[in-house]
Design a protein around this ligand. Sequence first.
Ligand code: COA
Length: 331
Amino acid sequence: MAAQYATRIAGTGSYLPERELTNFDLEKMVETSDDWIVERTGIRSRRMAADNQVTTDLAFNAAKNALEMANLQPRDLDGIIFATVSPDQLMPNSACILQRKLGARDIMALDISAACSGFLYALSIANDMIVAGSHKTMLVIGAEVLTRLVNFKDRDTCVLFGDAAGAVVATRAAENDTSRIYSHHLHADGTLGELFEFKMGGSAHPYSHENLDKGLHWMRMKGREIFKHAVRTMSQSCSEALEHNKMSGNDVDWVIPHQANIRIIEGVAKHFGISMSKVVLEIERMGNTSAATIPVALDRAVRDGRIQRGQNVLLTAFGAGITSGSLLMRY
Ligand SMILES: CC(C)(COP(=O)(O)OP(=O)(O)OC[C@H]1O[C@@H](n2cnc3c(N)ncnc32)[C@H](O)[C@@H]1OP(=O)(O)O)[C@@H](O)C(=O)NCCC(=O)NCCS
């Protein structure tokens, strides 16, 4: 069926908690060093939610900013899609909790679990609903409080992750509007699932003292293997987006990759043949905030004037699953 409508990003928003956890703080907790972390990841510090803040609190602030930029109210929303692997609780979902906090109408409210690709998946689904005409204005969130899933005795993971929220308001574009999402390409390879896992709390590993003793309530990761799949999958997704739209790297003004590791990002830029000056980088003071990295980076680049209306922006992500993908838009 031919597309009836197009989607434009009407507003972006983000929120980072105030509390900062630097590499020097981590040196006091595990055997690591600022030099090692900066050299291997490009991260100098990350944010940590306050003890009384939960994931939907971070999302609420990001959503308010995005709605304000879009000049819309919560009552204007037709749906909320919330990407996270660190929801407030398993049930009800975070989208419903956020709907209540925002005071939005009786609208669909859905969580997406696709790890660090979650926001890309969520925005792609929202786009398809808008294009199909069933929904006009969607709030898309990527928000995480990962510091509560991380074992601060495990140096393999605790130096990487942080807390943040990003949001976009996606709406039906007017006929004469040149802003639009051109395409998205989403992928998954479940055979690589064991590279990055959080096991506890589901039907396979329910909450029990035994599972707690095994440490199944912490994230576990095979970092070196993820690294190479990350570079490969993001590079392939970027090429796929360009081929699909008959564009070259020269047509892209900005690339916003998932911010997991500066070396992964540099690897993708090299593989894909795009200058690092076209890459939006926010990892240094934020770390890997999973589903939140892309919407936060997008919001920051829009607000500080790097990304301008009419520019072509390519989003790409990979994450546990492993999931991956790209989305190309004219902002
Ligand atoms: C995790 C990661 C930073 C590790 O970097 P790396 O260059 O691959 O490092 P290695 O795993 O090869 O480890 C090198 C050494 O540093 C040590 N090391 C690991 N973490 C360390 C830390 N925080 N501080 C100091 N040393 C550390 C290792 O034990 C290893 O020591 P050894 O050589 O004596 O065995 C990197 O692999 C990575 O970013 N992977 C992707 C992870 C990711 O993005 N996950 C999220 C998916 S969305």
